[in-house]
Design a protein around this ligand. Structure first.
Ligand SMILES: Cc1cc2nc3c(=O)[nH]c(=O)nc-3n(C[C@H](O)[C@H](O)[C@H](O)COP(=O)(O)OP(=O)(O)OC[C@H]3O[C@@H](n4cnc5c(N)ncnc54)[C@H](O)[C@@H]3O)c2cc1C
Length: 465
């Protein structure tokens, strides 16, 4: 039973993967642990419950991972997506620690499955969770409870009272009532701030009203902002976020993975004026999907429409919502709420510009347009086979990049470069140290697991001393 009058060894703020890994590890090291999750029990687990996989270094086939994936290749992949906005020492440490952690996850009840259809390219690098992130989170909660971690749901950490880099006391609201808690060490694992639309509005203005947040509404950056206001060193660009093209019919929060749309490379994408605005076939989709959220965010009304014909329908994983279809382009445009004349003209111009080529949806093929602005450089085939279909698209925000600076012991660093005395961080709240830009599939869970375990170990050790 959680007891707020007690001084715990370790208090963990957050209830997703990073928090659970920290809490379990600290408890396994003998510390008394209190975990505070803002969400109610039924919604526990943050964005981690929407995840599917974990990127792991391995020298030989392991669990469901095939072949090998060694440090230098992993590091090259990370360097490419971040464009160098990463701390090499922390990144390499994370990569190395990702090998061997699958066993610990298994001991905590996490099970793996072969990679899903449509994600086979990840079978070598990424371990998929059987039952997805929700099963992983449930397994970790079961383990934490069995070990004796005390857990409070519906409990928001509102303020960490710091003095000279030492957290004296934690202020919180528990089921809406103000309370305080004390602990020798604190681990913050409360995610990014993407669900705080007022904070996002500072950088993006009223466009945020048309953004969709793919994950939990509870990641509002309250702890992050509180610590940055108390001279903790920031990391990452506050204006930047990871965003994908999402079905515009998705709920404002928590739609998860099933509302993502991968139709773009096999379609043309038009804005509210019925005009194309970017090369839909610029590169292979895994290398381009993450730019489309931002591209759509820059269009009028932050909306776009992906339009394709019957040839393309089987080529991508559909959204959970059915495509809107019609027998003619004009009728489809009307159903999508677009000007039929404008869309007919855009499609006619595009069709006329398509050059014959050998279509191959799995690689950069020779089907391209000629004399069209913007061009479509691959997978360009005339849209001429009914039924014609379309999806409305919105920017779907996955996470923000702003975070807390940490060292290799997961200690939070103050603006003067010194570590805070009893404060550690793990997961999205510090991921910007390693992932300053871009994204590598499965790496969010790797950072949270590795740093969660380091933070748990270090906090438990520190509390004992
Ligand atoms: C749809 C979707 C799919 C994804 N798929 C993958 C994938 O397959 N693989 C991958 O590696 N990454 C994936 N990601 C990214 C991944 O979700 C994150 O990198 C990872 O979950 C971060 O873990 P975390 O524990 O730091 O944050 P979260 O899991 O988001 O947990 C944050 C927790 O903090 C709690 N919290 C917030 N504020 C407070 C407060 N003030 N007080 C108390 N508690 C608070 C929240 O309720 C939540 O429980 C995906 C993200 C989304 C949205």
């Amino acid at each position: 039973m959680a007891d707020l009058s007690r001084v715990y060894d370790v208090l963990v703020a957050g209830g997703g993967n990073a928090a659970l890994c920290a809490a379990i590890t600290a408890r396994q090291a003998g510390a008394s642990v209190l975990l505070l999750e803002h969400a109610p029990r039924a919604m526990r687990g943050g964005n981690s419950r929407h995840t599917r996989n974990f990127r792991a270094m391995h020298a030989a086939p392991e669990a469901t991972l095939t072949d090998s994936y060694l440090e230098d290749e992993y590091w090259d992949d990370l360097l490419r997506v971040t464009g160098g906005e990463t701390d090499e020492a922390l990144a390499r440490m994370t990569i190395r620690a990702s090998s061997g952690v699958l066993g610990w996850m298994g001991d905590c009840g996490v099970r793996f499955q072969p990679s899903l259809t449509g994600t086979l390219s990840l079978s070598r690098t990424n371990a998929f969770f059987l039952g997805g992130g929700k099963a992983l989170v449930n397994a970790y909660y079961r383990t934490a409870e069995a070990l004796g971690v005390d857990i409070l749901y519906d409990t928001e950490v509102t303020h960490l009272a710091m003095e000279d880099g030492f957290v004296r006391m934690v202020e919180l609201t528990c089921h809406g009532f103000p309370e305080t808690a004390r602990a020798k060490c604190i681990v913050v694992a409360s995610g990014g701030f993407q669900a705080n639309l007022d904070w996002m509005r500072q950088y993006w203005g009223d466009r945020v009203d048309n953004f969709v947040i793919r994950g939990t509404p509870y990641n509002r950056g309250r702890v992050l902002k509180d610590l940055l206001d108390q001279h903790v060193a920031p990391v990452g660009d506050p204006t930047q976020f990871h965003a994908v093209a999402l079905d515009a019919r998705a709920p404002k929060f928590d739609g998860g993975i099933v509302t993502r749309l991968d139709s773009v490379p096999f379609s043309i994408v038009v804005n509210r004026a019925g005009e194309r605005f970017y090369d839909e076939g610029e590169d292979l989709w895994p290398k381009r999907y993450a730019i489309w959220g931002r591209l759509i965010a820059q269009q009028p009304g932050q909306t776009a429409w992906s339009i394709f014909d019957a040839k393309s329908t089987p080529l991508f994983m559909p959204s959970v919502f059915p495509a809107i279809s019609a027998d003619t382009i004009g009728e489809l445009a009307t159903r999508l709420g677009l000007d039929p004349v404008a869309v007919q003209s855009t499609v006619a111009e595009y069709n006329a510009a398509c050059r014959p080529g050998a279509f191959d949806g799995t690689k950069l093929d020779s089907c391209r347009t000629e004399g069209l602005t913007p061009p479509k450089t691959h997978w360009a085939r005339p849209i001429e086979t009914p039924p014609f279909s379309g999806y409305p698209l919105s920017p779907g925000i996955t996470f923000t990049y702003l975070g807390l600076r940490v060292n290799d012991r997961a200690q939070v660093l103050m603006q003067d470069g010194k570590p805070a005395a009893n404060l550690f961080a793990s997961g999205e709240i510090m991921a910007g140290n390693i992932l300053g830009r871009g994204y590598l599939a499965g790496f969010g869970m790797t950072i949270g697991t590795v740093f969660g375990r380091i933070a748990g170990t270090e906090a438990a050790r520190h509390a004992r001393n």
